[in-house]
Design a protein around this ligand. Sequence first.
Ligand SMILES: NC(=O)c1ccc[n+]([C@@H]2O[C@H](COP(=O)([O-])OP(=O)(O)OC[C@H]3O[C@@H](n4cnc5c(N)ncnc54)[C@H](OP(=O)(O)O)[C@@H]3O)[C@@H](O)[C@H]2O)c1
Length: 272
Amino acid sequence: MNKKKKNFALITGASSGIGEAFARKLASQGYNLIIIARRKKRLQSLAAELQEKHSIRIEVLAADLTMEQDISKIEKKIAELNDISILVNNAGFGTRGYFAEVDITKSVNMIKVHIITSTRLTKAVLPQMIKQNSGAIINLGTLAVGLPNPGVTVYTATKSYLSNFSKSLQSEMNKKDLNIKIQVLCPGLTQTDFFNTEELGYQTLDSEDEYDIQLPDEVVEESLASLTKEGVIVVPGSKNRKIRSLMVKEGKSWDEAAKVVSARDTKKNDPE
Ligand SMILES: NC(=O)c1ccc[n+]([C@@H]2O[C@H](COP(=O)([O-])OP(=O)(O)OC[C@H]3O[C@@H](n4cnc5c(N)ncnc54)[C@H](OP(=O)(O)O)[C@@H]3O)[C@@H](O)[C@H]2O)c1
């Protein structure tokens, strides 16, 4: 990506966690930003801080990505600025329980935020990227994309849509010889506000030591570093890559795979 030419990076879900980390990192690289989420005050204070530090332009758009009029507002902003180099479809949330027990409105809203919005924003930025013959689209997946994951059924299904969508879209870009990179970023457990909701019982991740719990900065670092490499799926964290490999090759659940990887790592570090 061209650091000197200050194009825009658009990040959904920039009010916390991985989205906020993307905003901080891309601002430090000189990108102008469009930052989007519902919590306007958090976006405004982030914008004030980053403008002051990096002298960049930041557009704050308060939007609920389950709402048609809010998605249209973003599409209009994209057309108006006509200079987007990076799109990060990051906004997302989880639900608790088996599909049959989850309120259908929550599942439908999840489909709207993860699938409908990401697809529409991708469609909105692509003509600009195609014209410039450059750009990157990062769609947030999960370690379990493409695999069964009971208890997070719609979540994993929506992320698997993004994975399949990203792979096919990258093939289309390649067939047209376009220098546009599509990535599906598949973090494992990451220390954010994701689990700190009423729905998910205000969980903290500290005690789950069989997992490789990453910081949002580490996830973002690996994502951006991977944009120059081959491959659409990016799993940040070496332990996460081992966990996913066992899930794919041996059909293990995330929990089972994490336990096996932890046991192997402990044995390696302490052979006695
Ligand atoms: N944390 C993990 O362990 C983990 C693992 C794998 C993948 N992910 C994915 O990473 C992405 C970022 O999550 P995170 O971990 O950084 O969690 P987070 O701190 O809870 O951030 C989620 C972001 O999404 C925004 N958002 C949620 N619903 C929205 C809506 N209806 N309209 C607009 N914005 C909405 C939130 O903003 P507002 O509340 O201000 O609207 C917030 O900025 C998600 O797609 C998640 O699925 C997370």
